[in-house]
Design a protein around this ligand. Structure first.
Ligand code: C5P
Length: 220
């Protein structure tokens, strides 16, 4: 089965593109960032000390991340509970990158990501999809955009969900996450050597979809 990997920095519009491309190709769409966010929420709710290896291991066994896949938008489930909206809030965003540096967390998520993609074509977005999760993906895209565009997009997205957050706070969160994601030792955010870079600062969602659908049809 074919896999399409879409990686890139925070708030580059990866999920918008991945969702549209999956729909266009009749594949499923999986948001791997949502999985790390769900783990983070579990750790926050259960007051897990991120520096305590034993606590991390004990708690990792207690959590399961899954999805309800739907045309109208996937819903992320944490132990069967719909946490899709909750995991987008700023307290989760502030802690997700440190959580995503923990090798045991990554091992569990990567295993789950590969399971979810069994027997069906998948478009998955994240940070290490082309480099680690699906190194043999049929198509790898590395998305990037100017910081201004990225902050604007994240601010609009949060506003649509009813959260009014300052430009500066979002900017700080983006910088911090990109820094931690790019410098961690276990599967850092990076462009896979065979990934195609797209700067979407001045591209509409429709234009991005058209480019990627063309690339995908050429490869599949
Ligand atoms: O994609 P999103 O911004 O929701 O991802 C949230 C965080 O999850 C990222 O900042 C990163 O720390 C982590 N992540 C990761 N590997 C992935 C996807 C997300 O480390 N494949």
């Amino acid at each position: 089965m074919f896999q399409i990997a879409i990686d890139g920095h925070s708030s580059c519009g990866k999920s918008t593109l991945a969702r549209a491309l999956a729909r266009e190709l009749g594949y499923i769409y999986i948001d791997s960032g949502a999985m790390y966010r769900a783990v983070t929420l579990f750790f926050l709710e259960n007051r897990v000390d991120l520096y305590d290896q034993q606590q991390i291991m004990d708690n990792l066994h207690k959590l399961e991340v899954s999805f309800v896949l739907a045309e109208a938008g996937n819903r992320t489930l944490l132990n069967g509970r719909d946490v899709e909206d909750r995991i987008r809030e700023m307290d989760v965003a502030a802690k997700v990158s440190p959580v995503a540096t923990i090798p045991e967390v990554r091992r569990k998520m990567v295993k789950r990501q590969r399971e979810l993609a069994q027997n069906q074509g998948v478009v998955m977005d994240g940070r290490d999809i082309g480099s680690v999760v699906f190194p043999k993906a049929a198509l790898k895209i590395f998305l990037t955009a100017t910081v201004d565009r990225r902050v604007e997009r994240r601010q609009r997205q949060l506003l649509e969900q009813g959260h009014v957050i300052d430009y500066e706070d979002i900017l700080h969160n983006l910088y911090e996450r990109d820094y931690i994601d790019s410098t961690r030792s276990d599967s850092p955010l990076m462009k896979a050597p065979d990934a195609i870079v797209i700067d979407n600062s001045n591209l509409s969602p429709e234009e991005q979809l058209a480019i990627c659908a063309l690339l995908a049809r050429h490869r599949l």
